[in-house]
Design a protein around this ligand. Structure first.
Ligand SMILES: [Zn+2]
Length: 376
């Protein structure tokens, strides 16, 4: 039950204790070195009585000074630890209260979404046809994405601040996976794709306390649900074979051009139909799902995944790539505003590897700040 709020507090309390114990050691070291220096100073004292008498007093003050310093030092670390621990209890409490409030609101939103969301999704169907018009419609869609991204990032600054202070309640990321089909059948085994979705769910949960959920209107998942297992509910299979240009696509500048041209147009229409549940949110931008197109090849087989970052609501991954399970997580990272960084174990390391799973604090904040990642 909402274990991340509690676990995070426990981890921080351990850090508080470590800080205190290291501090205690430093205090004793400082004191002992001090005593030694007092003693060595005294050993070099003169024998002549007024001098030796003065020497005696000074060395006594010397010892007293280090004795008192040690007490002040130890008290400082003791109080620091108490404050540190008290702070973790406050952050844990705020985190839990926030999640309880979110849970209540989630049910209200679910009802509204089931009614109003469906109506908006139908209206959006018409809007999406316009947004699917090559060049003009597609440019409007990209500009809309940028505007939405900026607005929700500004609102999300409150959450970023809370995270930095140690208040880290659960957020959600919606995902809808579409497996393309060629004349021979599906371009990927759904079971393999689910494994990749599961890897993404595990990484986002452990690194940013973000719960991955499938795109569905009545999918009510509160922070108090324990189950993070991915299954068929994420997967949408295309019924018929797609054109070659939708199966073998480009990355980089080529992908941008394709998004503006016929491929982006077709992807947008497929997304509107197959991930109907996300239409209202795509239009509003708030919590719009990341749609994963599983394709046959990217850049003629040179790339296993591609994302245009916050410009589009979809990413592409290659269906036959089965050894690296982190591609969906990595490309979703790009969609949520992350860029490549060094370090082979970082999720945003630029080379395919199953080792990719860490996110720095800054990356977690940036990721949670995306329009795709929301409380409701
Ligand atoms: Zn990348």
């Amino acid at each position: 039950m909402s274990r991340e709020c509690i676990e995070w507090g426990e981890e921080t309390r351990q850090e508080c204790a470590e800080y205190r114990d290291n501090g205690y050691n430093e205090c004793s070291e400082y004191r002992d070195n001090g005593y030694n220096s007092c003693a060595s100073w005294r050993s070099e004292c003169c024998d002549w009585w007024p001098c030796s008498w003065l020497c005696e007093i000074v060395s006594w003050f010397c010892v007293a000074w280090y004795w008192v310093s040690n007490i002040v030092c130890v008290s400082w670390y003791w109080v620091s630890n108490v404050v540190c621990v008290a702070w973790t209890y406050i952050t844990t409490a705020v985190c839990l209260v926030w999640e309880v409030i979110v849970t209540i609101v989630i049910f209200v939103v679910a009802v509204i979404e089931a009614i109003v969301g469906t109506i908006i999704s139908f209206i959006d169907f018409i809007i999406e046809v316009i947004l699917s018009i090559p060049i003009i419609g597609r440019l409007i869609r990209e500009i809309l994405s940028i505007i939405q991204e900026i607005i929700y990032r500004i609102i999300g600054l409150v959450d970023a601040l809370a995270w930095a202070l140690g208040i880290r309640p659960e957020k959600k990321l919606r995902m809808c996976v579409i497996i393309m089909r060629d004349e021979r059948g599906l371009v990927a085994d759904p079971a393999m794709v689910i494994e990749e979705v599961q890897a993404a769910a595990d990484i986002f949960r452990s690194q940013a306390n973000v719960r991955l959920i499938p795109c569905a209107l009545a999918n009510i998942k509160t922070p108090f649900h324990d189950d993070d297992s991915a299954g068929n509910e994420y997967i949408h299979e295309m019924d018929s074979a797609s054109r070659d240009d939708l199966l073998d696509i480009s990355c980089g500048a080529g992908a941008w051009w394709e998004d503006l041209w016929l491929e982006g147009s077709a992807y947008n229409m497929i997304m509107t139909r197959s991930c109907f549940c996300g239409n209202a949110r795509r239009l509003l931008g708030y919590g719009s799902p990341v749609t994963v197109f599983v394709v046959r090849s990217i850049d003629g087989g040179n790339t296993t995944g591609c994302s245009l970052g916050p410009l589009t609501d979809y990413i592409t991954v290659v269906g036959t790539e089965t050894t690296d399970k982190t591609t969906i997580a990595h490309e979703s990272g790009h969609a949520c505003g992350l860029w490549h960084v060094g370090g082979t174990t970082n999720l945003m390391f630029g080379t395919d590897s199953n080792l990719r799973r860490d996110m720095s604090n800054f990356q977690a904040i940036n990721f949670r700040n995306s329009r795709h990642v929301t409380y409701l």
